[in-house]
Ligand binder design. Structure first.
Ligand SMILES: O=C(O)C(=O)Cc1ccccc1
Length: 291
């Protein structure tokens, strides 16, 4: 296999980049400034593999990723990795007593630190950026009087000072990242244990009728297939129209899944397999001391 080209949500110093560094064993890493830009690059073949955030333990799903995967591109999830997330307040090295008037970050990072922000910086304006790395880059450029929420890598890469560490409101803050490809092929990853094999399916109901979701879930339940997540998202075709994304805790097989698909098809549901993949749990290094 040649050099693997991996696109990720950048710029430098994002959590996605930390996840990429932790998972992959070599390759060319190409940074994209937004989730759609990264997934478009996979779609066009500019990179074979993309890595984007999928779900956070505190804030929930990254809807932009889910919606883009479902509505805009045709790609498979070929791996997922879960990494711990520690948020810090980053400032310009010349920041001293100047009031912090604006705080920049990704919407999920801001949501993970709401209580902290409410308590310590209730006056600060919050400004959303496409990633935490972008927020750090903006603050490094703007100078004093502003701050970013991000990780220690963003601090290092942008020459920032960590003003306050571990400012996320809940411990056990983890994020799941999806590794996606248009034409599934083998990945060269470091030697991480696979915690389980999962399959994600998208189910679209024909129309709203009594017990529809119950029947969908029953198809998995009586086959004793464990579900680890179910989420509804709007179809974007009108209020009240939803599809369901279901994570099943087992690899795709030739008996149970086709059985589910046939049973749901008989109910008029559309079922699409978004991927069957290994799930990695990775501990990224977090060498943080207040500086
Ligand atoms: O913005 C980043 O650094 C990302 O990779 C997305 C994200 C944002 C907040 C928590 C986890 C991942």
């Amino acid at each position: 296999m040649g050099d693997q080209k991996i696109g990720y949500l950048g710029p430098k110093g994002t959590f996605t980049k930390m996840a990429v560094d932790a998972l992959f064993d070599g390759g060319s890493y190409i940074s994209y400034e937004s989730i759609p830009a990264c997934l478009d690059a996979v779609e066009s073949g500019e990179v074979e593999t993309g890595v984007v955030p999928l779900e956070n333990a505190i804030e929930g799903s990254v809807h932009l990723t889910i919606d883009y995967l479902v509505h805009q591109v045709n790609q498979s999830i070929i791996a997922e990795l879960t990494v711990p997330i520690k948020q810090h307040l980053l400032v310009h090295p010349e920041q001293k007593d100047q009031p912090i008037e604006r705080i920049y970050s990704h919407s999920h990072a801001i949501a993970q630190c709401h209580q902290y922000l409410h308590k310590h910086y209730p006056w600060a304006e919050l400004e959303y950026t496409a990633s935490t790395g972008k927020a750090a880059e903006i603050v490094a450029e703007k100078g004093v009087g502003v701050a970013a929420i991000g990780n220690h890598l963003a601090a290092e890469e942008n020459g920032m000072r960590i003003e306050d560490t571990d400012i996320h409101d809940y411990d056990n803050n983890h994020t799941r990242f999806a590794v996606v490809q248009k034409h599934p092929q083998t990945l060269k990853v470091k030697d991480h244990p696979v915690s389980k094999q999962k399959t994600t399916v998208m189910v679209t109901l024909p129309k709203d009728y009594v017990g529809a979701l119950h029947q969908v879930l029953a198809a998995f339940a009586w086959r004793k297939m464990n579900l680890s997540k179910i989420e509804s998202r709007p179809m974007k075709t009108g209020l009240g129209n939803y599809f369901f994304l279901i994570d099943v805790d087992q690899p795709y097989d030739q008996v149970l899944f086709p059985g589910v698909q046939a049973e749901l098809a008989a109910l008029g549901c559309e079922v699409k397999v978004l991927g069957t993949y290994p799930s990695y749990q990775i501990d990224v290094p977090t060498p943080v001391k207040r500086t």
